[in-house]
Design a protein around this ligand. Structure first.
Ligand SMILES: [Zn+2]
Length: 351
């Protein structure tokens, strides 16, 4: 199934198309803007324009040639779209890890071909060192079809999974410093401040602003098939210019439910052992995946946010490590009551 067409963003499209037609497109770009605004979709649009077999003359992909169709089906061999993936289990050798990441990415792309409207990555997913090694491997290949390769790195702030863990970002840096002639990099992020300054200094930053309500309404009618005008008006208003937020209309629902449960957990962690165990016993046994891991993801997001906003780094890093441990246990289907109790004790100890 091809991905939905790109809606809106005319100003940026014109600028990028002009630069491409003039042969002046920078080789390393950073699209920055709010979550769900369409940064990665815009990057795919640019990839299509770069690889279109009709040539870069008009700066837009023709939409009809073989290359355009392959890009729109997420199957073009020279478009390397890296999205955050959950780190493979430890202890595999480095080459094996790279293969496992390649598998995880292929799986993610297969899922997006099936259902092109995707959700934000989980809190544990990132661009680890194995992802960057895979990228460097592909960077060394000559293009399979056309003369050029496009690398898209979505949610690029996940190159630094936690403060101080900069190995992956530093490994990418070398490639950004001297990209091969045939290569264009597009990084995207909603949190440019979370990228290393060394990365920021090597990319041309492009701000991607929200679209107008009429663009969102057109998307809602055509791509989502919404018929009820009051519903469209209400969802468009709530989406605040971001098509991605149209897709999760309940963002006042599950998302805030998730942060509500995360907040309750943090309250419990700080509230003495009686409250901690009360919270732990309130978790559903035998359902570690789902709501419970969502809660842990929410917790991770919150800790990362605290780290960026000047909280005591050592403590936050320690807390993140504890939550990641709990996340791994949850994946192994250990009883959530037990995990919640141990994690709450750990966090209370390190608070
Ligand atoms: Zn084309």
């Amino acid at each position: 199934m091809p991905i939905p067409p790109l809606y809106g963003h005319e100003g940026i499209r014109n600028r990028l198309a002009g630069a491409l037609a003039a042969g002046r497109l920078p080789q390393a770009l950073l699209f920055e803007g709010p979550p769900g605004v369409g940064k990665q979709r815009l990057a795919l649009w640019l990839a299509q324009a770069i690889l279109c077999e009709a040539g870069p003359g008009n700066g837009e992909g023709c939409g009809a040639c073989r290359a355009c169709k392959l890009v729109l089906n997420l199957s073009h061999p020279d478009v390397h779209w890296f999205v955050p993936v959950e780190p493979p289990k430890k202890a595999a050798d480095p080459d094996k890890l790279v293969d496992l990441v390649a598998d995880a990415l292929a799986e993610e792309m297969a899922a997006r071909r099936e259902g092109p409207l995707y959700e934000p990555p989980s809190g544990l997913a990132g661009h680890g060192i194995a992802s960057v090694r895979l990228l460097l491997r592909r960077l060394a290949l000559t293009p399979a079809m056309g003369g050029r390769k496009v690398f898209i790195i979505g949610d690029a702030e996940r190159l630094v999974p936690q403060p101080g863990a900069e190995a992956a970002a530093n490994a990418l840096l070398k490639a950004l410093e001297e990209p091969p002639q045939d290569t264009v990099f597009v990084l995207t992020t909603a949190q440019p401040d979370a990228l290393l300054t060394t990365i920021l200094s090597r990319v041309v930053r492009v701000r991607v602003a929200g679209n107008s309500d009429s663009v969102l309404a057109a998307f809602a009618r055509t791509e989502l098939g919404l018929k009820s005008e009051p519903e469209i008006v209400q969802r468009v208003a709530a989406a605040d210019g971001c098509i991605g937020r149209l897709l999760a209309p309940e963002q006042g629902g599950p998302a805030s439910g998730e942060s509500e449960i995360t907040g309750r957990f943090l309250g419990a962690a700080e509230g003495g052992s009686a409250r901690r165990y009360a919270f732990a016993l309130g978790q559903q046994p035998f359902q570690a995946r789902g709501a419970f891991t969502d809660m842990l993801d929410g917790l991770l997001e919150r800790l990362r946010h605290e780290a960026r906003n000047g909280a005591d780094l050592d403590k936050v890093v320690e807390a993140i490590a504890r939550v990641l441990d709990a996340r791994r246990l949850a994946q192994g289907n250990v009883n959530p009551q037990l995990i919640a109790a141990v994690l709450a004790d750990d966090l209370a100890e390190h608070a």
